[in-house]
Design a protein around this ligand. Structure first.
Ligand code: ACO
Length: 327
């Protein structure tokens, strides 16, 4: 059976930087409130580029880092809750934009856990000897599903994309992965798609339709801290490792307080947790691959480093994976 490695990474975020102060001119908020409640100082917000564009830039960077061409890709998986269209998928758009002639392509929706779900799928295709090189992208333009009058949500999120080339190898780079869901709690983090609308409706709806994120922050907080700790402990158990054996934990970048809570509960020094949310906010499926790429490109990863990535998000969903850096 083939082993799986992350052969290259990339990320891209729109150039437009929006600070907490900028947001205080749009909604009744302050840098002090946002910083103390979340740790976020600024985020990138698209001034026109859609999800496929930012995904493509991240993918190009990952291909370059991996040293392969788009023609060598067998499959493209894009995790997103903010696609350009219902169809064609962002992954099919990428297939064309990159010139990935022989690649199959599909999108997945596991919200902020999307990259881990995508990595899991990619690993299975490789371990099953079906494919050799798979592009996994987490890409979001969350700004388009924000209610810019709701200070409780619009300050939390940002736009961005992160990508990884996942390849077959003789070295073990991707180890245990767990993914899970709790659909019964789905309503605590919602964004509606199109309502039913046809000439055969028994009753015309009077409800006003919107596609904005609505969140019960405290419930998400409770869920996030619980599954983060449980998922990390489960990965450590499966890999027969202790927290001390792990060089870096790369968590989904939603809120500094969630990460802080998990670190304390696991009795791990917070310095082992990679944090960049102060610059990007919460970019959902993109947050983990953006952080991984920053670590890679800044030369902070060495061959053999043990890493755990962990995420949680809408659905509700959660997941974690063990990585051994093999570049
Ligand atoms: N600026 C100023 N005041 C605000 C803001 C804001 N941006 N947002 C809310 N408030 C006010 C509220 O109106 C409320 O005022 P009131 O007491 O007068 O009614 C007060 O602050 C407290 O509001 P809460 O929502 O109870 O604030 P809380 O302490 O729970 O913090 C937060 C909110 C930061 C969202 C928190 O619940 C949290 O961290 N939740 C985790 C969820 C999360 O991170 N979600 C984003 C990611 S989701 C995901 O990635 C899956």
């Amino acid at each position: 059976m083939a082993e799986v490695i992350i052969r290259g990474t990339g990320h891209y975020a729109p150039e437009n930087v929006v600070s907490n102060f900028d947001l205080s001119k749009i909604v009744d908020t302050s840098d002090e409130w946002i910083t103390t409640r979340t740790g976020i100082k600024e985020r990138r917000i698209t001034a026109g580029e859609n999800t496929s564009h930012i995904a493509c830039r991240a993918a190009e960077s990952a291909l370059k880092d991996a040293g392969i061409t788009a023609e060598e890709l067998d499959l493209i998986i894009v995790a997103t809750v903010t696609p350009d269209n219902v169809t064609p998928s962002v992954s099919c758009m990428l297939q064309s934009m990159l010139g990935a002639r022989k690649a199959a392509a599909f999108d997945i929706n596991a919200a902020c856990t999307g990259f881990i779900y995508g990595l899991n799928l990619a690993s299975m295709f490789i371990k099953g000897d079906i494919y050799n090189n798979i592009l996994v992208v987490g890409a979001e333009t969350l700004s388009k599903i924000m209610n810019w009058q709701d200070r409780g949500t619009c300050v939390l999120f940002g736009d961005g994309a992160g990508a990884a080339i996942v390849s077959s190898s003789t070295e073990r780079g991707v180890g245990s992965i767990i993914i899970g869901s709790d659909g019964a709690k789905g309503e605590v983090l919602q964004c509606k798609a199109l309502p039913i609308n046809n000439p055969f409706l028994k009753e015309q709806s009077t409800e006003e339709h919107h596609s904005h994120v609505i969140m019960e922050g405290r419930e998400v907080f409770r869920f996030a801290t619980g599954v983060m700790v449980d998922s990390i402990e489960e990965i450590l158990r499966r890999e027969n490792l202790t927290p001390q054996d792990i060089k870096f934990f790369i968590p989904h970048q939603a809120n500094l307080r969630i990460i802080d809570y998990a670190a304390k509960k696991l009795e791990v020094d917070i310095s082992k947790f990679v944090i960049n949310l102060e610059r990007f906010g919460n970019t959902s499926s993109a947050s983990i691959p953006i952080a991984l790429d920053e670590m890679n490109k800044n030369g902070l990863l060495s061959k053999g480093d043990r890493i755990i990535i962990v995420g949680f998000g809408g659905g509700l969903t959660y997941g974690a994976a063990y990585l051994q850096w093999q570049k």
